[in-house]
Design a protein. Structure first.
Lengths: 249, 160
């Protein structure tokens, strides 16, 4: 009877309005599942076995992406209990640690994922470099990757201020004073970064906006282009693909 | 009847109606984008700041003994009194902004090890220059006021 009910359900108008293909029990339907899904279709329908192997990429790029999505989810969760105000930010952080159920877990996941993401982005860049997967026609994707690295580091930098503790204030004091050393426009860069002359409320709010909206949106856009370029250039590259550079000229 | 104009028929300015409209059209777009970019950039630089005051009223001159260096934490400034008078020396390290400490004979920065002589001159470490000196002015009631927005040369002593 259950079999009969489920058969009727999967042939019903309700189901077919959402899923425009059959169950993935034929090669065609298996392809359509990926091809017609907005989330899945950024990935190719079929991939080489070699690309999936651990020793080809050490999964460093994939791990970096998973960490980014973990950071987004834990970050959104933290936002329910955090206010970027100098008078209350530190207390909010303490509450998340000790008063919010699973708050310590979410906050620690966020912190550890951040450190791990910096590490794995670096390892991913090492793998790409030593495999020669930056060579033509993949040079532009390497540049996008460098910008993604800078965004990752900026996300770490802006996020570090948000707990508003001693580590935060002095790290940003040192960092913003380093920015002041830039030739000609250094002091203006520092003024615009902090929204003033001191590391105070304006700086906290700016860093919050950068950390939660501007930089994540930039990373998402760059990631989309980054994956797109890999698809268009024939999938994950290993030394066999780049031994003779396919120069675009 | 001249209906088909070739390139050689154009004026010495090399301009025709099509080129003119291209110029005006793209020029308008460039001006709009330039205006938007300027507006966006100018927007993020604040005009009004809600920051603490740059002026600090000091205690009476008699409370500062001669030959002493007193640290005022709220404004990160040292008040130094010698037989020549008063100096207001910044406690912000000239290297990267940490608060320097007075060790009795010299200033020392805990962050990266910059050291300064008692009058704020750089003596070692990565700091590119010495500590700033701030102006000390006379208040209306005769007391001393430090103005942290005015940097003066270190030979300016305030005589109480």
């Amino acid at each position: 009877m259950i079999n009969d009910l489920s058969q009727r359900f999967f042939r019903s108008r309700l189901w077919k309005s959402v899923f425009r293909h059959g169950l993935p029990n034929t090669p065609k339907n298996q392809s359509l599942v990926t091809f017609t899904n907005v989330f899945l279709h950024l990935h190719s329908v079929k991939s080489k076995v070699r690309s999936m192997r651990f020793t080809t990429t050490f999964w460093a790029g994939g791990i970096s992406t998973v960490l980014f999505f973990l950071l987004t989810l834990t970050g959104i969760a933290l936002m329910f209990y955090y206010i970027p105000s100098t008078s209350i930010a530190y207390d909010n952080m303490k509450d998340l640690e000790f008063a919010v159920s699973f708050g310590m877990l979410i906050r620690n996941m966020h912190r550890w994922s951040a450190h791990m993401m910096v590490l794995f982005v670096f390892l991913h860049m090492c793998r790409v470099f030593y495999a020669g997967a930056y060579k033509s026609p993949r040079e532009f994707n390497w540049v996008i990757g460098v910008v993604l690295l800078v965004c990752t580091l900026l996300l770490s930098f802006t996020g570090y201020l948000l707990p508003w503790d001693q580590l935060a204030i002095w790290a940003i004091t040192v960092g913003s004073t380093m920015a002041k050393y830039a030739p000609f426009i250094g002091p203006q860069i520092r003024f615009g970064l902090l929204g003033g002359n001191i590391v105070g409320q304006n700086a906290l709010l700016r860093f919050y906006v950068l950390h939660c909206i501007v930089l994540p949106v930039a990373v998402l856009l760059l990631l989309a282009i980054h994956f797109w370029r890999i698809r268009k250039d024939g999938g994950i590259a290993d030394p066999g693909d780049t031994v003779s550079a396919n120069v675009i000229m | 009847m001249a209906t088909n104009r070739g390139p050689q028929d154009e004026s010495a300015l090399d301009m025709n109606r099509r080129k003119f409209f291209h110029f005006v059209g793209f020029g308008a777009l460039a001006a709009t984008l330039g205006g938007a970019a300027f507006g966006g950039l100018r927007f993020i630089f604040p005009n009004v700041l809600y920051e603490p005051s740059n002026r600090l009223k000091l205690a009476a001159a008699g409370t500062f003994g001669e030959g002493t260096v007193t640290f005022l934490d709220e404004k990160k400034v040292f008040i130094r009194r010698t037989n020549e008078g008063f100096q207001a020396i910044s406690a912000v390290c000239a290297h990267l902004g940490c608060t320097v400490k007075w060790l009795g004979t010299e200033f020392h920065c805990p962050c990266h090890g910059s050291t300064y002589s008692p009058d704020g001159e750089r003596t070692g470490g990565p700091a590119p220059r010495g500590l700033d000196h701030f102006a000390i002015e006379t208040a209306r009631d005769g007391g001393m006021v430090v103005d942290l927005s005015k940097v003066v040369t270190k030979t300016d002593y305030y005589k109480a």
